[in-house]
Ligand binder design. Sequence first.
Ligand code: PAF
Length: 298
Amino acid sequence: MMIARSRQELSRATANWRHAGERIGVVPTMGALHDGHLSLVDAARQVAERCIATIFVNPKQFNNSDDLARYPRTEADDIAKLATRNVDIVYIPDPAEIYPDGFATTVSVTGVSEGLCGASRPGHFDGVATVVAKLLLQTRADFAFFGEKDFQQLQVIRRLARDLDLPVKILGCPIVRGPDGLALSSRNTRLSVGALHKAAVLYRALREAAARIAAGESADIPLRTAAAVILASGFSAIDYIELCAEDDLMPLAAATRPARILCAAWLDRVRLIDNVALDDLLPAEPITAHLKERLANA
Ligand code: PAF
C-alpha cells in the first residue's frame, strides 16, 4: 500500500492504472476510521480494480473552530486499518495540495444543502462540496463511495457530480451500526461510556417514529414523541428531526413519497446525526407483512 502526500505521486500511480484499463474507486474520509469507513473500502474493492482512500481533515467544512480542534486525528492507526483491506493508495494530501496559496473558489450546491444540517451548520456543505470536487478531480476516480449516515451530504455530492458533469459514479452505502443500533461515527469516540449508552436511544426513537409513519400516521406526533424520548434520555438539544423526501430532502408531512427521518442532536457537547429510511424497516421487521399491506392499500 502506497502513501501519497502530493498530487504528483498520486497521478503517477493512477496514470499507470488508467493506461492498463483499471477502474478506480475512491473512499474520501477525514480519518478516525471505523468499521463504517472500512465497509466503504470493501464496497470499493468489489466494484473497482483499484482503491484509493483519502484522509484529509477539511477545515472549510467546520463552522466551529472548537469542533475542528477536537476532531480526532489518528493517522498511524488509520493507515494500519486500511492496510488490512487491500487499499492501493492512501492519499493524505498536504493542505497546500487542496488549498494552495490564493485559493479562491467555493463550490456551492443550492437546494438540497439548505435545510437540516445546512441550516444548523452554515457553510458546512460548501466546504464539503469544494473538497469533494477537488478529491474527485485529483484522484480521477470512476466510482466514489459515501455512507448513508451522512445522507444529506450524499445527496449534495450526487447533485454536485451531476451538475458539474464529473465523470464519476457516486455510490451510497448502508449505515453500519453497533450492536445497540448506534450508527458508527468518528464523533462517538468523544462520548463517555455513560453517554454512549444513552446515544443508542437516538436510533431506537427514530425507528419507532419511522414505523408509525410507515404504517400510515402523519409525521407530526411520531416525530414529536421521538424528540421527547431523545431529550428525556439525556440529549441536551435537537437541531432538527424531520421527515424528508429521499431524493430532494423536501420536508414531508406524511410518507407520500419514498422518505427518511433525519435527525441531529447534541449529547455531551457532541453533535450526533442519524437517519432511518421508512423502506429500510420493511424487510427486517416482525411487522413487515402488516406494514406492507398498509402501504399497498394506502
Ligand atoms: O464524510 C466525511 O468524512 C467528509 O465530509 C468528506 C466527505 C470526507 C469530505 O471532507
